[in-house]
Design a protein around this ligand. Structure first.
Ligand SMILES: Cc1ncc(C[n+]2csc(CCOP(=O)(O)OP(=O)(O)O)c2C)c(N)n1
Ligand SMILES: [Mg+2]
Length: 551
C-alpha cells in the first residue's frame, strides 16, 4: 500500500462529466431517458448531480434555458442520440437567441461503428454548429472533464450562450483519471473594460442631450448590472425603456420607467443609449418612427451584435461601463429643461397606465384576456415568477404586467417558440420552490407541452398554469383575417376542458367562465398544493392591437 495516495483515482466518463458540472455549479440535468446517456446518469447519481426526467426533449431544453435565465448559471439538458437532439433544436436556438448559457449534452452512437448505420445515428454537429457558441464531440474519457469545463467557459464568457457537447456511447464505457481540482481555473466571466475615451465621449453626449433615453435589454441581466443601470438612469435623469430579461429593473411606478411611453421616450428623443439590447423587430430595427432619424444613437454592450445604426459603441464589461457612465453623466443642461423632458415622458406613461387600467377592468363573459392577465397580476405575490407562452394573451400580459424586480418574467423572447412555458415553469419552481410560479398560456401553446403536467406531478412541483382559452390561434387568426381578408387553419375546438386533462394527469383543475371567478379559482389552485390548471374561457373576438410583425 506504500505510496497508494500517489495513484490517481480513475472514474468512468459519465462521472467525469458529473464532476465537471459540479465544478461549474451548473443546474440539474433535465433529460428523457435514452440508452446512449446511461453512463451520464450513473455518474450524476454517484456524484450527487440532480436529474429531472421530462416527457419531451423540447421541455428538457427549455427547462435548462429557463434555469439559466432565472439563476444566471449554466443550465443543463441531456439529449439522447439522434431524435433526442433534434427534438431539442428549437430550445437550442432559443438559448442562442436569448444568450442563455446552457450546456446541451448529447448522446451519440458508437464511434467504433461510425457511418455504418447504428440505431439513432446522426452527426449532430452540423445541425447545432450555427446555433451554439461551440459544438464538439468528446472522443476519449480523458477529454470529458476539460471539454465540459471549456464548454462552460464558452457558455458563460463574453456574449453568453449555449454550448453543445456529444459523447459516443463507447466513450461512456471508458474511464480516465479524475483531474486535480486545484489545477483548473475558475470559470471566467469577466470582459475587458470599454475604451475610456469612448466612455468619456458617451458621458458627454448624455450630459449635453436635451431629450436622452435609455433602452435596456437582456445583456444587462446577464452582466448582473441592474443596479448600475438604475444608478445611471437616476444620476443622468434619463427615462428607460426595458425589454427582454431587463423587464422589472425599474419598478412600474418609478418616475423614469418609460416602457409604456416608448413612442415619446424613444420617438421624440435626441439621443438613445442602447444598453444590451439588439435592435431587432421589438425595437423596430432601430428605425423611424420608433427611433427618429435625427436622434443620435450610442451603445453599451459586450459586442457589436445587431447595431445597424452608426454611433459610438462601448463594448466590453457592461457593468463597469454603466458604473463609469453613472459617475460621469450628470446632466449639464438646466435641471428644469431635463425635468420637463422626464415629465413629458412620465405624463405619457401615466396616460397609458390609465388606458391599461380601463382595459383591465373589462367585464362580461367570455372573459376579456386583458382582464384575465390583470386578475393574475392582482392575485400573485410580488416575488412570483410569471411565464408567458402563447400569442395574443401573452401580448396582453406583456403590456399589463410589470414586475418590480428583474428575473420575474420569462417568455420565449424574439424566437417566439410556442410550447416553452411549462419547461420554464418547471425550472423556475425547482430554482425557487418557496415562490409562486404561474404560466400564462394560450390554449394553442398549452397543447405543445401539456403532457409535462405529468412531470410536474411526479416531481411534486405545484406550478399554476392559467390558460386564456379562446378556442383559436388568436395571433394568427386575427392578423390573417385583417391582412388577407380570410383566415384558414386558425380554429381550435371551443371550450376544450384542459383542466380535466390536468386532473387526469394527477393535478388540480378549474374551469372559469366569468371574470369574478378567476381570483377564487387561483386561490383554490394554490391551496391545492398540486400542479394546477385554471382554464379560463376567453372571448375569441378580442384581438391584441398590433401592427404586423412579419415584415
Ligand atoms: C412552435 C410555433 N409554432 C407556430 C407559431 C406561430 N404562432 C405564433 S402565435 C400563434 C398563435 C398562438 O395561439 P394561442 O397560444 O392559443 O394564443 P392566442 O393568440 O390565441 O392568445 C401561432 C400559431 C409559433 N410562434 N411557434
Ligand atoms: Mg388561443
Amino acid at each position: 500500500m506504500l505510496g497508494a495516495e500517489l495513484v490517481a483515482e480513475v472514474a468512468p466518463t459519465g462521472e467525469l462529466l458529473a464532476l465537471a458540472l459540479r465544478r461549474v455549479e451548473a443546474g440539474p440535468i433535465f433529460t428523457l431517458n435514452g440508452g446512449h446517456l446511461w453512463g451520464l446518469y450513473l455518474g450524476a447519481q454517484r456524484r450527487g448531480v440532480a436529474m429531472v426526467d421530462v416527457r419531451h426533449e423540447q421541455t428538457a431544453g427549455f427547462a435548462a434555458e429557463g434555469w439559466a435565465r432565472i439563476t444566471r448559471r449554466c443550465g443543463v439538458a441531456a439529449l439522447t442520440a439522434g431524435p433526442g437532439v433534434t427534438n431539442a433544436i428549437s430550445a437550442i436556438v432559443t438559448a442562442y437567441q436569448n444568450d442563455s448559457p446552457v450546456l446541451f449534452l448529447g448522446g451519440r452512437t458508437p464511434s467504433s461503428r461510425w457511418g455504418m448505420g447504428s440505431l439513432q445515428e446522426l452527426d449532430h454537429l452540423p445541425l447545432v454548429s450555427s446555433v451554439t457558441r461551440s459544438a464538439r464531440t468528446i472522443s476519449s474519457a480523458a477529454e470529458a472533464y476539460p471539454a465540459l469545463l471549456e464548454a462552460a467557459r464558452t457558455a458563460l464568457g463574453g456574449r453568453t450562450g449555449p454550448a453543445f457537447v456529444d459523447v459516443p456511447v463507447d466513450v461512456f464505457l471508458a474511464g480516465a483519471e479524475i483531474p486535480d481540482e486545484g489545477a483548473v481555473g475558475r470559470v471566467p466571466t469577466g470582459l475587458p473594460e470599454a475604451d475610456p475615451d469612448q466612455v468619456r465621449l458617451v458621458a458627454r453626449m448624455l450630459r449635453q442631450a436635451r431629450r436622452p433615453a435609455i433602452v435596456a435589454g437582456s445583456t444587462v441581466w446577464w452582466a448582473h448590472a441592474e443596479e448600475e443601470l438604475v444608478r445611471l438612469a437616476e444620476a443622468a435623469a434619463v427615462p428607460v425603456v426595458l425589454n427582454g430579461m431587463a423587464r422589472g429593473m425599474l419598478p412600474p411606478f418609478h418616475p423614469l420607467f418609460a416602457s409604456r411611453a416608448r413612442e415619446v421616450a424613444l420617438g421624440q428623443a435626441d439621443l438613445i443609449l442602447v444598453v444590451g439590447a439588439p435592435l431587432d423587430f421589438r425595437l423596430n430595427f432601430g428605425q423611424p418612427p420608433l427611433f427618429p432619424k435625427e436622434a443620435a444613437v450610442a451603445y453599451v454592450d459586450v459586442d457589436g451584435f445587431r447595431k445597424p445604426r452608426p454611433g459610438p459603441a462601448l463594448l466590453g464589461d457592461v457593468r463597469t461601463t454603466l458604473a463609469r457612465l453613472a459617475e460621469a453623466a450628470v446632466p449639464a443642461q438646466s435641471r428644469s429643461e431635463r425635468e420637463a423632458w422626464v415629465e413629458r415622458v412620465a405624463d405619457r406613461a401615466a396616460a397609458a397606465r390609465a388606458a391599461d387600467a380601463e382595459l383591465a377592468a373589462a367585464g362580461g363573459s367570455p372573459v376579456h384576456p386583458a382582464r384575465l392577465v390583470a386578475e393574475v397580476e392582482r392575485f400573485v405575490d410580488p416575488d412570483a415568477i410569471l411565464v408567458g407562452d402563447g400569442g395574443d394573451v401573452v401580448s396582453f400580459a406583456g403590456r399589463l404586467i410589470h414586475r418590480r424586480r428583474p428575473g420575474l418574467w420569462i417568455d420565449g423572447g424574439a424566437f417566439g417558440c410556442l410550447g416553452s412555458g411549462l419547461g420554464y415553469a418547471l425550472a423556475a419552481k425547482l430554482a425557487h420552490p418557496q415562490r409562486q410560479v404561474v404560466v400564462i398560456a394560450g390554449d394553442g401553446a398549452f397543447g405543445f407541452s401539456a403532457m409535462e403536467f405529468d412531470t410536474l406531478v411526479r416531481h411534486r412541483l405545484p406550478v399554476v398554469c392559467v390558460i386564456g382559452n379562446n378556442g383559436i390561434w388568436g395571433l394568427e387568426k386575427h392578423p390573417m383575417q385583417r391582412l388577407l381578408g380570410v383566415s384558414l387553419l386558425t380554429d381550435l375546438a371551443p371550450g376544450t376542458r384542459y383542466d380535466r386533462v390536468v386532473e387526469g394527469l394527477g393535478g388540480h383543475g378549474e374551469l372559469v367562465e366569468h371574470p369574478e371567478g378567476i381570483a377564487p379559482a387561483l386561490d383554490r389552485a394554490f391551496r391545492s398544493g398540486a400542479p394546477a390548471c385554471v382554464n379560463v374561457l376567453c372571448d375569441p373576438r378580442i384581438e391584441y392591437p398590433r401592427s404586423s410583425p412579419l415584415l
